[in-house]
Design a protein around this ligand. Structure first.
Ligand code: PGA
Length: 246
């Protein structure tokens, strides 16, 4: 029986007050096979962990270094120390705006696994690649590079860049087909396809979540904008619970 994963990515949003407001509306009652986590900015990890029962903590990034003279960096060990279960690695915004290369991303996957925090490896093609029908090639290359030195314990998030924050979503068919390809690739690289949850991300909301969760190869969602308000995030959680109860 499959589990579903729902991870909220707050990006550079949030405040102490926003966490209190979120916690006021939060319901800790969840389906036992639904794993929920939220990735707030680093300074709010601890407050969020204390405010929300039954919600795992995720970070949005980690350093490749264990410690040392690396001003501004946060190590995977520090994330474990704060109680993080997951860390996003290779989000398209880090690739695009912070110069993260495939090589660096592979090092981050390995650093997270060495510290004992589960990486959520983000992959996905730009709009031009989708228009040229090159999406499989792009994602396959990202996986091959990022997983070259990876252990099997990770999650993958397929996030087509053209769908992030745009209100455009991959159709359930597009998501399912890509996830099936990713699963095959993970099998050949790590031999762990069945055990590797593959999440979809890109404008997931309460309206489109049902159809995405219904896809056989979709094991959950990575949610940006719709995770900032407890009401919309919990509506997506409800949709995941309904799917698990069928
Ligand atoms: P979005 O963001 O849900 O706002 O499209 C998803 C993400 O970037 O992880």
């Amino acid at each position: 029986m499959k589990n579903l994963y729902l991870i909220g990515n707050w990006k550079q949003h949030g405040s102490q007050a926003a966490i209190e407001a979120f916690a006021d509306q939060w319901s800790s009652e969840q389906h036992p096979r639904l794993r929920i986590a939220i990735a707030p900015p680093f300074p709010y990890l601890q407050a969020l962990g204390e405010a929300l029962a039954n919600c795992d903590l995720a970070a949005q990034d980690c350093s490749v270094h264990v410690q040392g003279a690396h001003t501004g960096e946060v190590s995977a060990d520090m994330l474990v120390d704060l109680g993080c279960q997951y860390v996003l690695v290779g989000h398209s915004e880090r690739r695009q705006y912070h110069g993260e290369t495939d090589e660096l991303i592979a090092q981050k996957v390995a650093a997270a696994q060495a510290a004992g925090v589960t990486p959520v490896l983000c992959v996905g093609e730009q709009q031009a690649a989708r228009e040229a029908e090159k999406q499989d090639d792009v994602v396959r290359a990202q996986l091959r590079s990022a997983l070259a030195t990876s252990q099997p314990n990770l999650l993958i998030a397929y996030e087509p860049v053209w769908a992030i924050g745009t209100g455009l979503t991959a159709t359930p068919d597009q998501a399912n087909q890509m996830h099936a390809m990713i699963r095959q690739e993970v099998e050949s690289l790590l031999g762990a396809a069945q055990a590797t949850p593959i999440l979809y991300g890109g404008s997931v909301n309460a309206e489109n979540a049902d159809a995405l969760f219904a896809c056989p190869h979709v094991d959950g969602a990575l949610v940006g904008g719709a995770s900032l308000e407890a009401a919309s995030f919990m509506a997506i959680a409800q949709s995941a619970s309904n799917n698990l109860s069928h």
